[in-house]
Ligand binder design. Structure first.
Ligand code: G4P
Length: 534
C-alpha cells in the first residue's frame, strides 16, 4: 500500500457503483429519483421522466433517442451524497429491455432490487437477479409501496427465498399496512421510524423516530398492532437468519428494507445503510490475476456500445467501466485486444441528467468514449503496456428469434455489413444453420424491440429493406462440452441446432420441456444458458 497514490486510494474508497434492478412498475424510476433528491442532484421530485410512459412506434423512439440521447444520458447517473460519490447504472426495462440491460450488471459492484410489496418477485427481476447471482455481487432489497395494500411481509421474504433462492435479513420491519401503515422498526438502531406523508414525497422527509418501549407507541398503534409487532420481532430474532456481513458481501444474504419511494419513506435510512454496507470498487479478475483498483495504472473494460443515432455519422459511444488507476482527459492508452494505442480525447461522463466532458475519473466511474468503430464489447484499455485483459462479458440468452432476409439481393453486401455492425454493438446475435446450401441468418434478440431497431437501422443507415420472419423459438442453450458429436446427439422435433458467430454449437428451443428432454436424452452433453464470449 505504501507506494500507492493517496488520491486514487481516497477516491476509490468513496465510490459506490450499483445498478437498480426491478420489474417494470415496481418503482425503480421513483426510487432513483428520490436518491437523486437526497443527493442534492435534483431539487424536487418529478424531474426524472419515466421512460415507460413513452409508448410509441419505433420511429418515434428513434426520434426521442436522437433528440435527447436518452439511453446515453440515462445510462449512468453520478451524484454525491455526504462524502460518497455514487454511480447508478440504469437497467432499462419495458420495451427497452435488451442484452445491454444484462451487460450493465457486469459493470456494477452491487445491485439494489426493488420489489413491489403487492406483487412480490416478478419475471424481469428474476432474470436480472440471475446475472447478479452469477457475479456474486451483494444484492440489497427495497420492498416498495408499503403505503399501499401489499402481501404479508413474511410471505415476501419467503418469496425471495423460493423464487430467487436467496436468504434474507430484514433491516427494518413494517408496522401495519395500507391506510394503517404506521412506519417501520429499525432493527439495528432498535427504534421506531414513523411514517409521515404530509409532503407527498416532493421534498426530503424528516424522520420522526423513538424507542419501542415508549408507551406512546402502544397508544398510537393500538394494542393489537403493537402486540403483533412485538411477536413478529421476536419471531424474526429467533427463527430468521442472523445478520452476517460476509454473506451479504458474497450475495448469499440480502438485507431487506421496507419503504415507500413515492412518499420518500425509508429512502434515506436505506441509502445510509446501503452506503455503509455496500463495497467500494474491489479488485477485478484479469488474465493476470486480480487487479487492485488502487493501482497507479489506469485500466477498464468496455461493457456497452451505443450507436450514434445520426445516420450521417457512424460513430458510436463505448461505455468504459474504470477498474484501476486514474483517468485523465486526453490520455493515451493501450487497446489490448487490438494491440494499438488510442487517445481518449472527448470522454463524457453523466452527471445527474447532464452529459459533461470529464477531466478526471476513478475506479467505479463509467465514462463514454468516442468509438470510430474500433471497440468491441469486453475490450480492455490500460495505461501501461502490461496487456492485461479483464474477464470477458458473457453472451446472454436471446428470447426472440427470426429469419432475416434482404428484399433486394443486390444489397446483400450492405445487408451483411449492417448486420455485422449491429452484432458488434451487441444489440443482436447472429446464428447460422451449419451445412445448409443457402446462407440463412437467424437473428436472436433479448428484447423484441430490437427487431424493429434492426429493421429501422438497416433501412436508414444502410439503405436495405429487410423481411423479418418470426420464428417460434424462445430459449437457447450453448453446448459447452468439448467432445460434442452431432451424430450421437438425440434431438427433439421442435429444436434446432445452429452455430453462433464463433461457430460454437447452439440449440434453440420452443419450450423448456424440450430443454429437459434433451438434457435427459444426452446426459453427457453440457448445456449453458449464458456463453462466455471468446
Ligand atoms: P418503474 O421505473 O419501476 O417502472 O416504476 P416507476 O418508478 O415509474 O413507478 C411505477 C408506478 O408506481 C408509478 O405510478 C409510481 O408513482 C408508483 N409508485 C412508485 N413508488 C411507489 C410507492 O412507494 N407507493 C405507491 N403507492 N406508488 C408508488 P403511475 O401511476 O404508474 O405513474 P405516475 O403517473 O405516478 O408517474
Amino acid at each position: 500500500m505504501s507506494d500507492m497514490n493517496p488520491e486514487i486510494v481516497q477516491e476509490v474508497k468513496r465510490r459506490r457503483t450499483f445498478a437498480i434492478i426491478s420489474h417494470p412498475d415496481a418503482g425503480k424510476t421513483t426510487l432513483t429519483e428520490k436518491l437523486l433528491l437526497y443527493g442534492g442532484a435534483i431539487r424536487e421530485a418529478g424531474t426524472v421522466k419515466s421512460r415507460k410512459s413513452q409508448k410509441h412506434a419505433v420511429s418515434d423512439w428513434m426520434e426521442i433517442e436522437k433528440q435527447r440521447g436518452i439511453s446515453v444520458t440515462s445510462s449512468v447517473l453520478q451524484f454525491n451524497y455526504e462524502n460518497h460519490c455514487i454511480n447508478i447504472l440504469d437497467t432499462p426495462g419495458h420495451q427497452d429491455f435488451s442484452e445491454d440491460t444484462y451487460r450493465t450488471l457486469m459493470a456494477a459492484d452491487s445491485a439494489v432490487m426493488v420489489v413491489d410489496s403487492s406483487k412480490g418477485v416478478e419475471s424481469q427481476t428474476r432474470k436480472l437477479f440471475k446475472v447478479c447471482k452469477m457475479r456474486g455481487i451483494p444484492i440489497f432489497t427495497f420492498i416498495n409501496k408499503m403505503d399501499r395494500q401489499g402481501k404479508d411481509p413474511f410471505e415476501l421474504l419467503e418469496d425471495l427465498e423460493n423464487s430467487l433462492g436467496i436468504r434474507s435479513y430484514p433491516m427494518n420491519w413494517p408496522i401495519g399496512s395500507d391506510k394503517n401503515f404506521k412506519g417501520v422498526y429499525n432493527r439495528a438502531k432498535q427504534q421506531i421510524e414513523m411514517f409521515n406523508d404530509s409532503n407527498h414525497g416532493q421534498n426530503i422527509a424528516k424522520i420522526d423516530s423513538g424507542d419501542l418501549s415508549d408507551p406512546k407507541y402502544k397508544e398510537m398503534f393500538g394494542a393489537d398492532l403493537h402486540q403483533k409487532l412485538l411477536d413478529e420481532l421476536e419471531l424474526l430474532d429467533h427463527a430468521g437468519d442472523p445478520y452476517d456481513l460476509d454473506k451479504i458481501l458474497q450475495g448469499e444474504l440480502t438485507p431487506v428494507f421496507f419503504g415507500s419511494a413515492l412518499t420518500n419513506f425509508g429512502v434515506e435510512p436505506f441509502l445510509r445503510s446501503f452506503l455503509e454496507l455496500t463495497p467500494p470498487p474491489i479488485a477485478r479478475v484479469s488474465n493476470e490475476g486480480e487487479i487492485d483498483p488502487n493501482s497507479d495504472n489506469f485500466s477498464g473494460f468496455i461493457f456497452k456500445i451505443q450507436a450514434n443515432m445520426n445516420p450521417t455519422h457512424r460513430d458510436r459511444i463505448a461505455f468504459l467501466r474504470i477498474c484501476s488507476g486514474k483517468f485523465t482527459k486526453g490520455m493515451q492508452v493501450n487497446h489490448v485486444q487490438e494491440n494499438k494505442k488510442v487517445r481518449l480525447a472527448q470522454p463524457q461522463q453523466f452527471m445527474a441528467q447532464d452529459r459533461v466532458v470529464v477531466e478526471t475519473a476513478y475506479p467505479g466511474d463509467i465514462i463514454g468514449i468516442h468509438d470510430p468503430g474500433i471497440f468491441r464489447i469486453g475490450d480492455t484499455l490500460c495505461e501501461d503496456a502490461s496487456g492485461i485483459k479483464y474477464e470477458g462479458i458473457p453472451v446472454f440468452a436471446p428470447e426472440h428469434f427470426a429469419k432475416v432476409y434482404t428484399k433486394n439481393a443486390l444489397k446483400r453486401k450492405q445487408f451483411i455489413k449492417g448486420i455485422e455492425q449491429l452484432s458488434e454493438e451487441g444489440s443482436i446475435q447472429v446464428f447460422r444453420r451449419p451445412n445448409i446450401g443457402v446462407e440463412e441468418l437467424i437473428i436472436g434478440v433479448v428484447g423484441v424491440l430490437q427487431f424493429e431497431v434492426l429493421e429501422y437501422r438497416l433501412k436508414n443507415e444502410y439503405g436495405v429493406d429487410v423481411i423479418i420472419e418470426s420464428l417460434p423459438y424462445r430459449y437457447v442453450r450453448w453446448i459447452t462440452s468439448d467432445n460434442f458429436d452431432k451424430k450421437n446427439f438425440s434431438m427433439t422435433m421442435d429444436t434446432m441446432l445452429v452455430q453462433d458467430e464463433y461457430t460454437n454449437p447452439v440449440l434453440i428451443f420452443q419450450n423448456d420441456w424440450s430443454i429437459r428432454q434433451i438434457e435427459e436424452r444426452n446426459k453427457n452433453v453440457k448445456l449453458e444458458e449464458i456463453s462466455l464470449r471468446k
